[in-house]
Design a protein around this ligand. Structure first.
Ligand SMILES: CC(C)(COP(=O)(O)OP(=O)(O)OC[C@H]1O[C@@H](n2cnc3c(N)ncnc32)[C@H](O)[C@@H]1OP(=O)(O)O)[C@@H](O)C(=O)NCCC(=O)NCCS
Length: 175
């Protein structure tokens, strides 16, 4: 394992978009290996990065969106676009990038986070304190509400935050 001391906490990035994500992923046109899922995904509103030797080596994006579940409606921070320089994976950088996005959301008063990920990446998020949602989340799509084709996970951002039982409706494109 690498020395975690050499990396500092994520900071918010002023300029981040698809070209930067693509480059960070090593130039692949499908850096998240999710193109086959199809669907319309929401661009992220805020971007957080870990800097190393003058460049961003890990990124996480976030949005805020309302969900309805179990008769309750509340805002969540939606996390997406998590990507780490291929040469620096396995050294805690995804953890740092996601923590940056979650810390900012917590500072804004949000108490729950939501993300979608492929099944082979779920163990990583479990390790980072996320819990799988049992059923598909229904989210907006251009043609109307549609089940998201990969599983949702949620994470409490403050002590005592819980997630109600029941089908989840995300009033946003998935992120
Ligand atoms: C997925 C990805 C972001 C992980 O980045 P990373 O920097 O290697 O992840 P980290 O080192 O921060 O790992 C975070 C934690 O998850 C654990 N972990 C990583 N992969 C795991 C796995 N397959 N199973 C279980 N735990 C795992 C790590 O041990 C670490 O735990 P620790 O900090 O307690 O040791 C990176 O591989 C990547 O950029 N992949 C391509 C893009 C992508 O798929 N993004 C995710 C979309 S949901």
């Amino acid at each position: 394992m690498g020395d975690m001391q050499e990396f500092t906490a994520a900071t918010e990035l002023a300029d981040w978009g698809w070209p930067e994500t693509r480059a960070l992923g090593g130039g692949s046109d499908d850096p998240f290996e999710a193109a086959s899922l199809g669907g319309t995904w929401r661009p992220k509103d805020r971007h957080f990065g870990v800097w190393h030797e003058g460049r961003v080596v890990a990124h996480a994006g976030s949005v805020v969106a309302p969900v309805e579940v179990g008769g309750q409606r509340f805002d969540v921070v939606g996390i997406g676009g998590v990507i780490v320089d291929p040469a620096l994976r396995g050294r805690g950088l995804a953890r740092l990038a996601v923590a940056g996005a979650l810390d900012a959301a917590r500072a804004d008063g949000l108490d729950r986070a939501l993300l979608f990920c492929l099944p082979d990446r779920a163990p990583l998020y479990t390790r980072l304190g996320w819990f799988p949602l049992p059923d598909p989340v229904t989210a907006d799509q251009p043609d109307g509400p549609t089940p998201v084709p990969v599983g949702g996970m949620w994470k409490p951002l403050v002590p005592g935050a819980d997630w109600p039982d029941g089908p989840v409706r995300l009033h946003s494109l998935p992120m």
